[in-house]
Ligand binder design. Structure first.
Ligand SMILES: Nc1nc2c(ncn2[C@@H]2O[C@H](COP(=O)(O)OP(=O)(O)O)[C@@H](O)[C@H]2O)c(=O)[nH]1
Ligand SMILES: [Mg+2]
Length: 301
């Protein structure tokens, strides 16, 4: 497809087009995830830019070179009448609660436009989950995208985290996240693409974002960015070829999230309990064995 065909496909995309129709979905919600500074906000600006004529670049989503979490609000930006893209808050290193928060965003349990506060605790989050029942959203078809900068050195810990995230995305949405490698010209994106494919990525697209300081439209850059949106829509079409039940799927997402929170809670409870027991000189079996071994070694010496 050339640029004109890609743009037409995106602009005319309708959820009604398949044999089974929209099946109750009325919006494609492209959800962006990724670490801070990897180009999520810039990707939104790039998408808006390639869908419009001319070279009047506008910064819709604030893009900044910072590590302090500029994106606080989970802002939604319409690309067409049917497609909306959401700038989820990125994070640098994630603790358990932050991970749960990511899945709450992915599952669409935090309404767009609401401030995402990472200082929450699980109780506040559960309250919010309950509040989301006031206006439950089950009409959004969620497509996750993971944004990763090709100029960064890949870190094993990060890749482990991303792999789990990708698997959970499939569990929650049925879609393998599309990997968007930004800063295409600033690093070895082919090497990074290989890493992502190794951990299960199906679609990896390297792009160079259009930014405030560099937005001369070129054929290759524009095509790459349009290809990402095109891939997202192909996923939607594929899933809508099967019978779907939006309400049921929302319930499944919620079950996943509740189970996720429950597991973390259990883990923390166990840690708290063993700390408490240690105060009374009671050690769990494994630690007791290690301590006894240490004692016997020390007494021999
Ligand atoms: N050269 C270049 N700069 C980029 C690219 N993507 C993002 N940037 C710049 O990197 C910085 C962080 O980007 P931003 O979109 O705010 O990242 P976010 O934290 O993931 O939303 C900004 O200064 C952007 O202008 C890209 O593909 N190429
Ligand atoms: Mg941002």
């Amino acid at each position: 497809m050339d640029i004109k065909q890609l743009r037409d496909y995106i602009k005319k995309f309708s959820l009604e087009d398949g044999d089974l129709g929209s099946q109750g979905y009325n919006r494609v919600l492209v959800q962006l995830f990724g670490y801070l500074g990897h180009g999520k906000s810039s990707f939104i600006n790039s998408c808006k830019y390639v869908l419009q004529d001319g070279e009047n670049f506008q910064e819709h989503a604030e893009a900044r070179e910072t590590d302090h979490g500029l994106t606080m609000i989970r802002n939604a930006y319409p690309l067409t009448d049917v497609i909306t893209i959401v700038d989820n808050r990125g994070c640098s290193t994630m603790n358990d609660f932050e991970r749960a928060e990511v899945y709450a965003q992915l599952g669409n349990f935090i309404p767009p436009g609401q401030k995402v506060n990472w200082k929450y605790n699980f109780r506040t989050m559960m309250d919010e989950l309950e509040m989301s029942e006031l206006e439950p959203n089950f009409t959004d078809f969620i497509v996750p995208i993971f944004v990763y900068s090709a100029r960064k050195q890949i870190q094993n810990e990060e890749m482990k985290e991303v792999k789990i995230f990708m698997e959970n995305c499939v569990r929650m949405t049925g879609v393998v996240p599309i990997i968007v490698l930004t800063f295409k010209t600033k690093g070895d994106y082919m090497e990074i693409e290989k890493e992502f494919r190794r951990i299960g990525a199906e679609q990896v697209i390297a792009i160079e974002n259009y930014t405030n300081t560099n937005h001369m439209k070129t054929l290759g850059r524009t095509t790459d960015i349009l290809m990402v949106i095109h891939s997202a829509l192909k996923n939607v079409t594929f899933r809508l070829e099967q019978p779907r039940n939006p309400k049921r799927e929302r319930i499944e997402r919620k079950k996943f999230l509740l189970n996720y929170i429950h597991q973390i809670d259990l883990q923390e409870e166990n840690e708290r309990r063993s700390e408490k027991l240690k105060e009374f000189g009671i050690y769990p079996e494994k630690e007791r064995r290690e301590r006894d071994t240490m004692r016997s070694i020390c007494s021999v010496m």
